[in-house]
Design a protein around this ligand. Structure first.
Ligand SMILES: [Zn+2]
Length: 443
């Protein structure tokens, strides 16, 4: 009764986005009635007995599952045909996509039982753990349990980058494929886009000799297997793919120093890799920056400036002033360092007779006095600073180290007219105003 059922029946199942059952529901129900007749005869049960009770007693599969058994057996048989079989091409074609209309029985069955038309799959990964850098590639072949693996420990993470490791991973993948007996359709996957994109670059990039080696490997692969189609593809790192996980795990093992035997590795890797120039520069620069920090911390000026900006030396000041016109950045710098053409400093460098503020004549004109306390500028201060900044406008760090305070600050300076002899009028709304050149009194 079920002869060639895989051809004339579509197994019943629910499609992911479907509302009704998919498959030959009606035909299977009719056939099921015949199975019931047989069961009645076999068990000698009364007509009123339920089918499932009879199935259970006679140890038969319920009819829909029986159909599944028959169809599954058929499709696994078809999918494991040798590649020389005339059907092979059609099977591969049918398994590509679950098309919307006019699906062949092959497509239906392949997708009903989630059968992958397997090909060689290689996953590669690079890893930087516990101060070491390692790369690994794993190869999965259809019908072979487990996977083949190549691991390579590049060295310490001071000398090598993960990026290099990713490229070495691809290289190991190509080596794994080279050892296979027949490669027709293979893919090497990495979870790092940069390392795949860089394989197409023609201009020199860091570690380009590794890429040259990778290309050489792929070319040899092409010579050995004439029909080989090798695809490099990207798989997002955190997807739960078995292959990705395996590659990640093996790469971590490699990073901890566990390499595959040297005889299995590509020639280039047997000798050990030269240190990465990029990484060496990075490491050295980091050490220089540490030194610069220490030198700055020991300077007596650092304690004074720490009241304004604790993060020095850092990129913060660059960020703060990056979008300012040059003259504003200049004023800001002078105010921060207190080397600014205000009376107190001019007197200190003997360019003025007295340090006293010319506007109020009550106190030395320091940056603090000018910005925060001078009674002569109280009106402007209220208008420009207090109104828009509130409490933040009442401290030097609030005014001189906060990006939101800069516009009110320059409005205030502009309104007071102080510093205009040096910088000219300082309109904050016009970007490209010409100003008189800075005078040489204090420079
Ligand atoms: Zn004053």
């Amino acid at each position: 009764m079920l002869y060639a059922a895989d051809v004339f029946l579509t197994p019943v199942r629910m499609l992911p986005e479907g509302k009704r059952l998919h498959g030959s529901v009606g035909a299977i129900r009719k056939l099921e009635r015949m199975q019931r007749q047989a069961l009645l005869i076999m068990t000698g049960a009364m007509r009123t007995t339920a089918t499932d009770v009879m199935c259970a007693h006679s140890n038969l599969l319920p009819f829909t599952l029986l159909i599944d058994k028959v169809c599954h057996r058929a499709i696994t048989h078809i999918c494991t045909l040798p590649e020389t079989h005339p059907l092979h091409r059609h099977i591969r074609w049918a398994g590509r996509k679950f098309i919307a209309n006019h699906r062949s029985a092959l497509t239906e069955l392949i997708f009903a039982y989630n059968i992958h038309i397997e090909r060689l799959r290689v996953y590669s990964d690079g890893s930087d753990v516990d101060g070491g850098v390692g790369a690994a590639a794993v190869l999965f072949a259809p019908g072979r349990p487990g996977y083949k693996v190549l691991r390579y420990h590049l060295g310490s993470s001071d000398d090598h980058s993960v990026y290099e490791a990713e490229v070495v991973g691809l290289l190991l993948g190509a080596e794994l494929l080279k050892e296979e007996r027949d490669v027709e359709d293979a893919s090497i996957a990495a979870d790092n886009k940069a390392s795949i994109q860089v394989t197409k670059l023609r201009r020199p990039a860091p570690g380009h000799y590794l890429l040259d080696c990778l290309h050489r490997h792929l070319r040899t692969l092409g010579r050995k297997h004439h029909n080989a189609r090798v695809t490099l593809r990207w798989v997002p790192g955190h997807t739960d793919l078995e292959g990705n996980k395996a590659a990640d795990l093996e790469a971590k093992r490699a990073a901890r120093g566990d390499s595959s035997p040297a005889k299995d590795l590509p020639d280039l890797l047997r000798e050990g890799l030269p240190c990465s120039a990029t990484k060496m520069k990075q490491t050295f620069l980091a050490s220089l920056q540490e030194k610069a920090k220490a030198t700055w911390a020991s300077s007596r000026r650092s304690q004074k400036l720490a009241r304004l900006d604790k993060s020095l030396p850092s990129k913060k000041y660059e960020k703060l002033t990056g979008k300012l016109p040059r003259w504003q950045a200049n004023i800001l710098f002078q105010l921060r360092t207190e080397h600014v053409p205000l009376q107190k400093h001019l007197h200190r460098i003997r360019k003025a007779d007295s340090p006293i503020c010319p506007s109020c004549r009550t106190a030395p004109e320091t940056v603090h006095h000018f910005l925060l306390t001078c009674p002569a500028h109280a009106q402007h201060r209220w208008e420009h600073l207090d109104r828009s900044l509130g409490c933040a406008g009442r401290s030097l760090s609030g005014l001189l180290n906060t990006s939101t305070a800069l516009k009110p600050l320059f409005d205030f300076i502009n309104a007071t007219g102080r510093l205009s002899s040096t910088f000219g009028s300082t309109p904050t709304n016009k970007r490209h105003t010409r100003r008189p050149a800075q005078r040489s009194t204090h420079s």
